[in-house]
Design a protein around this ligand. Structure first.
Ligand code: SF4
Length: 345
């Protein structure tokens, strides 16, 4: 759904050739006292309307930094984007003025953060905070803003929304606060919604409800949804495709059912095997050995080699490119065929 209030001069004449959002060869680095941290190294992915892309990886993999670059909310400096594009309807947002980006941010591309309690302002009622968005962006009156707030709270299924619109964030449970964050993020009908670990702080039942709600809202409005998570288990039913990130790069990009059926990278395989299964009750949970790489001192060759059971000598010296396996699938592993075959190194 496009937002008619936004300047159309930002959009190219022909939108059909471009995906809704395209991240292309993005690099993000941070200058720190300890040295240069290359947090994102050549990440590319795209998103169409109505599509859900899950971006998966451990903390430090670059998934959230990529999202912050899309939103234009990185602190620059210390962050720097030396290369790459973030195209929205074909227009590279990295080259837009801050004023033009502000028109897109929050209105056409919105984001849900993982910690709803710190994202919401504790001294204002939730109704005031939602209504404020309508007053600022749509010029609505206070009364109209509150009516919209109640409508949105009902849409994200907050019981007794008419009464609870006057409550403060701390009066809601964690799951309800996350619903309020979702209500705020969809308030202005964004075309792209980025959800950064939206269920991390919640218990398993509430996690499932929130994922279901996001999927339902996406279907209703045909938004593109980017779901950032470290948990492969939560995306199975909602994502169309997955980009698995490790050490600032995409190591596997595929349709979600292909990854579940046969992962093509040892890291994705490890993540899949780490998902708790009811049929393996009583057995120890599988965990990928070792620790995520230190971005200040990245391993040579393939960044995953210190942890990889498939490792060969050349893995220590040669950085694997993202090999294209099929039109919808790629893997940054020299030995992806062996991984696909399930043969161990
Ligand atoms: Fe493992 Fe080598 Fe593949 Fe890297 S390139 S994931 S070390 S087999």
């Amino acid at each position: 759904m496009t937002n008619p209030s936004v300047d159309t001069h930002l959009l190219p004449a022909d939108r059909s050739a471009e995906p809704l959002l395209a991240v292309d060869n993005l690099h993000v680095e941070f200058k720190t006292r300890q040295g240069l941290v290359r947090a994102v190294n050549g990440v590319s992915y795209s998103l169409s309307a109505g599509e859900t892309l899950a971006v998966l990886g451990e903390s430090g993999s670059g998934k959230s930094v990529t999202a912050q670059a899309i939103m234009g909310i990185l602190d620059m400096p210390p962050a720097r984007i030396p290369k790459g594009e973030v195209r929205f309807h074909g227009t590279d947002m990295l080259r837009l003025s801050e004023e033009a980006r502000t028109q897109i941010r929050g209105q056409r591309i919105a984001m849900i953060f993982q910690d709803a309690l710190s994202a919401l302002n504790p001294v204002f009622t939730v109704g005031w905070q939602i209504a404020e968005m309508f007053r600022v962006h749509k010029g609505m009156s206070k009364k109209q803003g509150y009516a919209k707030a109640v409508e949105l709270m009902e849409r994200v299924r907050i019981p007794a929304a008419k009464q609870r619109v006057h409550d403060y964030p701390h009066q809601f449970s964690g799951g309800m606060r996350q619903r309020i964050m979702i209500a705020m993020s969809i308030a202005l009908d964004p075309e792209v919604l980025i959800a950064d670990e939206p269920t991390t702080a919640l218990d398993v039942t509430v996690q499932a409800q929130i994922m279901e709600l996001l999927a339902e809202l996406q279907r209703e409005s045909n938004m593109g949804l980017i779901l950032i998570t470290h948990d492969l288990g939560v995306v199975a039913d909602v994502a169309d495709k997955i980009a698995v990130m490790y050490g600032g790069r995409i190591v596997e990009h595929a349709l979600v059912h292909d990854v579940y059926a046969s992962p093509a990278h040892p890291y994705s395989k490890g993540l899949l095997e780490s998902i708790p299964r009811v049929d393996l009750k009583g057995q120890d949970l599988y965990a990928i050995k070792g620790l995520p790489p230190n971005l200040l001192d990245m391993p040579t060759g393939c960044a995953f080699h210190p942890r990889c059971p498939y490792r060969r000598d050349n893995c220590v010296t040669d950085v694997p490119p993202l090999y294209e396996i099929s039109g919808t699938r790629s893997s940054a592993c020299h030995y992806f065929r062996e991984v696909l075959d399930g043969t161990s190194g």
